[in-house]
Write a protein that binds this ligand. Sequence first.
Ligand code: MG
Ligand code: ZN
Length: 183
Amino acid sequence: MTVFLDRDGLLNQDPGKAYYVRSLRQFRWIPGVFGALRKLTESGARLVVVSNQAGVGKGLVKPEALDAITKKIFLDLAAAGVKLDGIFYCTHTPEDACGCRKPKAGLFRAAQKQLKLSKTDRFMVGDTERDLAAGRAAGCRTVLVLSGKTRTAAEVKKFDEKPDHTARNLREAAQWILSQKKS
Ligand SMILES: [Mg+2]
Ligand SMILES: [Zn+2]
């Protein structure tokens, strides 16, 4: 099983009006994330972060700041007993019209290839309709969490791309994913 994870609004607090997490100091884990990811790790799931970070392409986030945040994510998760297989970023702007910015599936394909992921039993968890569309395009079952940009079930009703499941946060999303696991 592979669980693809968005970053902002799922793992760490969404930057909201600031738009981008620009420094290590602005990166704040959402409570409950470590325990949820540990359960997924213990179930044998491979965990991959797929994240749009257009702030880099726009010059608003320094590449060094993104690197520092990435290092922190790996270190904190390892300390919490979580095995994270990889983090894949799209740092392009929408105008770049790249193939990796979600809702496109390029980041998933890159991860697939680089990490030799299984093509069965794939899930995508994120906080926006764009995450759901990208996950769907990559052949994943999708879970929307209400811990980031999307806050209510009423908002989800307006989505063209509906999730397979809606959860309050990653903890509940992980519970649902583990309940879906065959074998
Ligand atoms: Mg997000
Ligand atoms: Zn891109």
